[in-house]
Design a protein around this ligand. Structure first.
Ligand code: TEU
Ligand code: CA
Length: 575
């Protein structure tokens, strides 16, 4: 038997529900990937009219806010993360006026709107980059980007060895109108996404203005794309294996924090303060937490939890270290199981190795979807019970699996294209949402519409919203019930947790005076503590015991002593 984990946070539970200004500390935020959500005009691409029509669905699901992946005009080299105009809406999605209507309509249903801001790079069709290409080396127009002469006798080699996150060289050589080669420019992602130079005052001023533009249209906050990458080493030093904290040439450099302090001041300037959500992939929890200091970002995605394998000790460590890292800056932790960049949880958790890593996505390895589905259900109730806020990616609530057999000629993701097919890409988690009916596209578009931009599989009829709404045991019913209970349970949301003694294969924690959550990862069904009522379980109990890969929420029965505080050890003794 392993020693019981120490209590992680002795702070008292939150005394009263948070006031409205702190909504984000415990919000459930639903990520809308507009292109794949709902297609109202039948061109095979999801749009804002489609989202507006489905707002009641989102209200009934019980989410507090929507985060929209980029909806701006874009050549779609990276499905919208290559923006050519930050103050408008792509015509495929709708109009600015529709976006304003959507923001207002959602708010009338109690749902706030968060938009995606991409400050690291712009589209190569953005006017600034077009001007830069049309201007000579050394011109002010080029200063807003990272143009450099090449190395080698003829400038034929890239300025340094940095590699693109999407694979291949991070530099592309320019040509003038006559086809003569010239300077190179930096792109940490695709060549269609040139990096901005964040030492340039225009870049700062432009983004501050973009923030105000959208805040004044009623958005409640922004999700900041690639938030740790904005600042580059001006010397363009090579990456080395042993760079210390803040020394990497383009990740997590100390100067980046100054940008977010400035943005925080803007966000705080509104009567209803706006919030800043960081997309930051950093293994170092302490460096990560620096972004969440009181005058910087409000919150950032906890990718460690997303990437964590479905194993009790690893999960417990991930949860503990996240809570411990967030506590000193008084920022709430987020609980994220999926987004538009990663393998769907149902698939991930069905593999022998249940972790997530960009470098090894294990596409095509044996996958037990039934087991993955069961674990994804257990993970959902775990995430909903943990202290802080939760982010749900569209389709997660339907238990959609990763689509792994998209024909090569249909795949669009630059990760797939630029890796020469080595990386399966991210299209498999971006397939259109199935709403109703027996056949693709399952109500994503109406009958007679154009083919959807990615085809939903032939076997998704049982996964539609309509089908799952009819079934009490569906993933959708679990998300609806779990989110409803989460909202109705004062001990949940923001606050702290107390670990309870349990067997190695079990996670068990209490929140508030009368709530406990138990997850059983092990083969043996475990007895539940005496004197408790089951609020919800991710799968059926077996003769009153909690089976493998199942999460249960318990409430202390009326008038009973708190039987879980030391007196019972789930998995070790009878309750
Ligand atoms: O993702 C950022 C991103 O891909 C990196 O943080 C990367 O995943 C990480 O460093 C891996 O080591 C965002 C968006 O979510 C994604 O869809 C975009 O393609 C990307 O930025 C470029 O805008
Ligand atoms: Ca459409």
């Amino acid at each position: 038997m392993a020693a019981a984990p120490e209590p992680v946070d002795p702070a008292p539970a939150r005394a009263e529900p948070h006031d409205d200004a702190n909504w984000w500390r415990e919000a459930v935020v639903y990520q809308v990937y507009v292109r794949s959500f709902a297609d109202a005009n039948g061109d095979g691409i999801g749009d804002l009219a489609g989202v507006r029509a489905r707002l009641p669905y989102l209200r009934d699901l019980g989410v507090d806010a929507l985060w929209f992946s980029p909806w701006y005009p874009s050549p779609m080299a990276d499905t919208g993360y290559d923006i050519s105009d930050y103050r408008s809406i792509d015509p495929a999605f709708g109009t600015l006026e529709e976006a304003e209507q959507l923001i207002a309509e959602a708010r009338a249903l109690g749902i706030r709107t968060i938009i995606d801001i991409v400050p690291n790079h712009v589209s190569d069709q953005h006017p600034w980059f077009r001007e830069a290409l049309d201007s000579p080396p050394g011109s002010p127009e080029r200063e807003r980007f990272w143009f450099r002469p090449g190395a080698g006798a003829e400038g034929e080699l890239p300025p340094n060895g940095w590699q693109s996150i999407f694979g291949g060289c991070a530099w592309t050589r320019t040509e003038d109108a006559a086809g003569a080669p010239g300077e190179w420019y930096l792109h940490l992602f695709a060549p269609e996404q040139p990096d901005l130079n964040w030492t340039h005052p225009d870049v700062w001023a432009e983004h501050e203005d973009i923030l105000r533009f959208w805040f004044e249209r009623g958005v409640a906050g922004v999700r900041i794309d690639s938030a740790g990458l904005l600042v580059k080493d001006p010397q363009l030093a090579e990456e080395t294996a042993e760079s210390g904290p803040g020394e990497h040439p383009f990740t997590d450099r100390d100067d980046v924090h100054e940008i977010y302090r400035q943005w925080r001041a803007i966000a705080d300037g509104y009567a209803e303060p706006r919030i800043l959500v960081g997309e930051i992939w950093l293994p170092d929890a302490e460096r990560f937490a620096r972004y969440l200091r009181p005058d910087e970002l409000h919150i950032a995605f906890n990718f460690d939890f997303l990437a964590c394998p479905w194993e009790p000790d690893r999960m417990r460590n991930s949860i503990e270290s996240a809570l411990a890292a967030h506590a000193p800056v008084d920022a709430p932790t987020t609980w994220v199981l999926s987004n538009h960049d990663v393998t769907r949880p149902v698939t991930r958790y069905g593999r022998a190795d249940t972790s997530f890593a960009f470098e090894s996505k294990r596409a095509g390895t044996p996958t037990d979807l039934e087991r993955g589905h069961r674990r994804a259900r257990a993970a959902a109730l775990l995430a909903m019970a943990l202290p802080g806020s939760m982010y749900v990616y569209q389709g997660e609530e339907l238990g959609l699996p990763e689509v792994e057999d998209i024909p090569f000629d249909r795949r669009q993701d630059p990760m797939w294209l630029r890796s020469g097919g080595v990386d399966p890409g991210r299209d498999g988690c971006r397939v259109p949402i199935p709403w109703a009916g027996d056949r693709p596209p399952y109500g994503f578009s109406e009958a007679g519409a154009d083919r959807p931009w990615l085809d939903p599989p032939e076997n998704w009829a049982p996964l539609t919203v309509a089908a799952q709404s009819e079934t009490a045991t569906s993933m959708l019913s679990l998300y609806r019930a779990g989110l409803r209970l989460r909202r109705a349970t004062p001990a949940l949301g923001d606050g702290s947790l107390r670990w309870l003694p349990s067997a190695d294969a079990v996670l068990s924690f209490a929140r508030g005076d009368d709530f406990a959550c138990i997850v059983n990862f092990g083969h043996e069904p475990i007895e539940l503590p005496a004197g408790t009522d089951v609020l919800i379980a991710s799968n059926d109990l077996e003769g009153g015991a909690l089976p493998q890969d199942t999460t249960v929420w318990l409430r202390q029965a009326n008038g009973e002593a708190p039987s879980w505080d030391g007196s019972t050890r789930p998995g070790l003794s009878k309750g």
